[in-house]
Design a protein around this ligand. Sequence first.
Ligand code: PEP
Ligand code: MN
Length: 339
Amino acid sequence: MIVVMKKGATNAQIANVAARIEQLGCRVHISEGEERTIIGVIGNGRPLDREQIERMAGVERTVPILRPFKLASREFHPQDTIVTVTVNGIPIGGRQLIVMAGPCAVESREQLLETAHAVKEAGAHVLRGGAFKPRTSPYSFQGLGEKGLRLLAEAREETGLPVVTEVMEPQMVPLVTTYADILQVGARNMQNYALLHAVGEAQRPVLLKRGMMSTVEELLMAAEYILSHGNDRVILCERGIRTFEHYTRNTLDISAVPLIKQLSHLPVIVDPSHGTGKWELVEPVSRAAVAAGADGLIIEVHPHPEEALSDGAQSLKPARFAALMRSLRPIAAAVERTL
Ligand code: PEP
Ligand code: MN
């Protein structure tokens, strides 16, 4: 449940209510709004006596949270969460849209550095690139592993762009954390609970991608795992779900963007590359995502898509990416965002 404090409730009253709730064996999460403070109660499984709390000084009312996700819910935390990336302090989830761009997979130093400089030049804020790749076939390119991580760190040194890269196993979290600024949990691992637990304890923001057969509620429950293990820097990503349509790789659920914004305070970004699987569709779908209220985009860019070791068909060439960035600016302005 949440405890809504009265407008003008004093700090002492807030502290008093928080202390009482903790005495009853629950944890509290205090969210100070412009008008009033909200105290989120993280239960211990036993029901709390709401009337007892409501009788305390400064309390306006208590509201039960009926949804299965609590920490991720908008009720619990009415303001938008802004996730800050440590390297350059960029805020994800505020007025400014954040664009993450780079190759699907790190393939070589030349490929990565060329792409990193090009996306930086075009205005991207974060460099993406997979070093450990979850591939459908065990015979497909699996990524360069730690060598790929080292190249990402080198690209960060050269460009100043923070790096987002995927981590596939709980045991790999410490290694990937030493190189990455944002840990990516891929669609195939959205419900890998051991991994969610491990990234929940990591000191890095987490980009959590929606599973290809997962509902929005399941995505938010996966985020709840990370939040409940102490990591409050979670960014959600809509990357398309599997439907009967086969002209696109996935069906990008654009409605998930405003829906998640209603249900949750966490930032939401859109991946039009995996969402469509076709580079020609990336630009219009990116524009739609920004118009629908996404906090940013993650886009695959490759200097020679025809030679890419993974996802060439959905990768933009650098010049196309630069054109896309330009075409997004008026859309961003129309929805009162900056890019
Ligand atoms: C990726 O970002 O390259 C990737 C593998 O994405 P997803 O997990 O959404 O398929
Ligand atoms: Mn990819």
